[in-house]
Design a protein around this ligand. Structure first.
Ligand code: NAD
Length: 314
């Protein structure tokens, strides 16, 4: 910790940034919270609104709208700022515009003397996290993205429902890009210590088709939520809160974040969603699972997609 108070700065006080802030307050995760946005009035309004809930909160928290200088003594800077895709705009053009947004954020954060951990939520999160690492010049362990943390939570919820068990006893992960090329390594999915592939109630074929269906539900969840309510924010807000707790509490917890691979799974210099051990220094290490040959192939394909997107903008 940079001081005895746990301080978080959120850049981008839109739906994701504020769902995260609301969740931080409700779970008493930090002592000080600074809200920063290009739209200062919006950040000020959000700070007022949250402060008015303090009388009902479980613990005290200093909440204010601020600017980049306030990041100097923050433990974590969370970036949830971004611009929306314009009609007719290509994905690559959107990426280029978001890169400019990140340049306008990371440079002043670094100039403030910030020496903590960057946590990125802006999409495409694996690419934006890699851009944050490049622009900040920080050691990659101190730059992480929400990756497939939310997708993994969705997976555990659905598997828990299918097996009629508490999702907290389901140990399974979504790996790769937070997006269309993500996949579930089922060979590494467990209910307590029993592999899920052994648990078919009506035979192997029925189980496989249910698991394939669950995997597809996870992969397309965001599309369906956006179709129904234009955006997704509560789930990601809680996923970011969980990662923040692991960092501030020096928990050494296993979470699927977007982390830099440095030879892990035979991949190098790429950010993607993998189970990692998270502590006060960020990504303490990538946990390398024993993937089957087929799963390694899916992982390789997902990394290739991400590599091509990143190379398209540099
Ligand atoms: P939003 O439009 O509600 O909020 C974006 C905020 O960013 C706005 O308040 C805007 O003023 C601010 N902003 C824009 N440019 C800025 C700049 N240069 N400096 C500072 N602030 C700036 O969007 P949202 O729904 O909150 O989504 C934010 C991002 O999170 C999007 O990229 C979205 O795709 C992503 N997201 C990620 C996940 C995930 O799992 N990683 C899930 C949901 C959404």
């Amino acid at each position: 910790m940079r001081s005895d108070k746990r301080k978080v700065a959120v850049v981008g006080t839109g739906m994701v940034g504020m769902s995260y802030a609301y969740s931080l307050l409700n779970q008493s995760v930090c002592d000080e919270l600074t809200l920063i946005d290009i739209n200062k009035t919006r950040a000020e309004g959000e700070a007022m609104d949250l402060n008015h809930g303090l009388a009902f909160a479980a613990s005290n928290m200093k909440i204010s709208a601020g600017n980049y200088e306030d990041c100097r003594d923050a433990d974590i800077v969370v970036i949830a700022a971004g611009v929306a895709q314009k009609p007719g705009e290509s994905r690559l053009d959107l990426l280029r515009r978001n890169t400019e947004v990140f340049r306008s954020i990371i440079e002043p954060v670094i100039s403030s003397g910030f020496n903590g951990i960057f946590l990125v939520a802006t999409n495409p999160v694996d690419i934006m996290t890699r851009i944050t690492c490049v622009l900040s010049g920080f050691n990659p362990g101190r730059v992480l993205g929400s990756g497939t943390a939310l997708d993994t939570a969705r997976l555990r919820y659905l598997v828990g429902g299918y097996l009629r068990v508490d999702p907290r006893n389901v140990h399974a992960y979504v790996m790769g890009e937070h997006g269309d090329s993500e996949f579930v390594p089922w060979s590494q999915a467990f209910l307590a210590t029993k592999t899920i592939l052994e648990l078919g109630k009506n035979g192997e074929n029925e189980l496989r088709s249910c698991l394939d269906h669950i995997e597809e539900e996870v992969r397309t969840a965001a599309y369906r939520i956006i179709e129904a309510k234009q955006a997704t924010y509560y789930g990601i807000g809680m996923a970011l809160t969980r990662i923040t707790k692991a960092i501030l509490g020096d928990e050494h917890s296993v979470l699927t974040v977007s982390a830099m691979l440095r030879g892990d799974y035979g991949q190098r210099d790429i950010y993607t969603g993998v189970p990692c051990i998270i502590n006060q220094n960020g990504v303490q290490r990538v946990l390398e699972l024993s993937l089957s040959e087929q799963e390694m192939e899916k992982f390789g394909k997902s990394c290739k997609t991400l590599r091509e997107s990143f190379e398209g903008i540099v």
